[in-house]
Design a protein around this ligand. Structure first.
Ligand SMILES: C[S@@+](CC[C@H](N)C(=O)[O-])C[C@H]1O[C@@H](n2cnc3c(N)ncnc32)[C@H](O)[C@@H]1O
Length: 327
């Protein structure tokens, strides 16, 4: 830092201290309001859906991944609303600017646990671009507060299906309406993936089983169980060759580490949504993942591992793009 900058900082420091002292109570009030509103619908409406939205919002506010629609939706969701981005998100953006290693977008390789959302975003955004260019239909399973389908340019309009549990989807639709977002081409379908097959839920809703499809299944596998996960992936196999599903997973071995247990406890403690599933590693991540995906009838097209595994340290998880093979 140059002497001139230090001089300016010293001159401004009383102002900075006063602004911080005045701002901290406002920030705390913002955080408490957020927490109370999430707790108000805990167990009915997904609270974890706010987490990826907040990370995408940070990318937007940092200017690394523009997402003005996410900002618009944030202003109309019950737990966030108008003041949330300026009051609560701003300090996180500053922290990320001060420590550029945090919440990097695009994410680095190898990626850490905190890069997980970035890896998800990047892999899905890239694959989505390829599918939309082909005119494929898109299905979001456990759509949460994802806004990739809204305000799309006319030349990128493809049939779009958002699937989620009824209560969460109702909250999103109300927020989308209040925000005045363009929903043309979007069909909303309710389905609980542990109780119903998603293809069955889409039946009669305009979904074309003979058309190539991109299924986005982001941030959901850890909340389900073996049967629901296998059923979800096996349904993709019945779609035309070239259809793909993007999903992320954590490993059972990492969930059982100190870090995994602590992260899992904090998610389930606050949101009431426990991490119930992790991929059981049989040796290293890559062969386990290949074998698991192939056992469901798909092939791994791309996989982005999380963490650096060794003989003593399990891989954290991965973000996967799996494809329906030809023939
Ligand atoms: C962590 S959020 C991810 C939301 C969104 N995919 C994203 O990445 O922004 C998990 C989402 O999965 C949905 N979900 C969880 N369990 C589900 C189930 N059994 N059936 C359908 N959706 C489920 C939740 O409602 C929520 O929208």
């Amino acid at each position: 830092m140059s002497l001139f900058r230090i001089f300016i900082l010293v001159l401004l420091s009383p102002l900075l201290v006063t602004a911080t002292v005045l701002y901290v109570p406002v920030l705390l009030v913002g955080v408490v309001i957020y927490m109370l509103r999430v707790l108000d619908t805990r167990g009915r409406v997904s609270g974890t859906a706010y987490e990826p939205l907040q990370v995408r919002l940070i990318y937007h506010l940092r200017g690394t991944r523009p997402d003005p629609v996410a900002l618009e939706l944030t202003r109309h969701l019950p737990a966030t609303s108008w003041g949330f981005a300026p009051v609560v998100m701003t300090p996180f953006v500053w922290i990320c600017k001060l420590f550029p290693g945090l919440l990097r977008y695009p994410p680095p390789k190898p990626a850490t646990f905190t890069d997980m959302m970035g890896v998800r975003c990047k892999l899905i955004d890239d694959a989505l671009e390829e599918h939309v260019a082909n005119g494929d239909q898109v299905v979001l399973l456990g759509a949460g507060w994802d806004v990739r389908g809204y305000d799309r340019p006319a030349d990128q309009a493809v049939p779009w299906f958002e699937v989620d549990t009824a209560a969460t989807q109702a909250v999103k639709r109300a927020a989308v309406d209040a925000a005045g977002l363009d929903t043309s081409g979007i069909t909303y379908v309710t389905c609980n993936l542990t109780e119903q097959a998603w293809l069955e839920a889409l039946h009669g809703q305009g979904f074309d089983r003979t058309r190539r499809t991109f299924v986005i299944w982001e941030g959901v596998s850890m909340y389900l169980n073996d049967d629901a996960i296998a059923a979800t992936l096996r349904a993709v196999v019945t779609l035309p060759a070239g259809s793909r599903v993007a999903f992320d997973l954590l490993t059972r071995q990492w969930l059982n580490t100190k870090a995994g247990l602590a992260a899992g406890r904090s998610v389930s403690g606050f949101y009431g949504e426990p991490w119930t599933w992790g991929l059981e590693l049989d040796g290293r991540l890559k062969p386990t993942l290949d074998a698991y995906v192939e056992a469901q009838g798909l092939t791994v097209d791309r996989a982005w591992p999380l963490g650096i595994e060794s003989d003593n340290v399990p891989a954290i998880g991965a973000v996967v793009l799996a494809a329906v093979p030809k023939g």
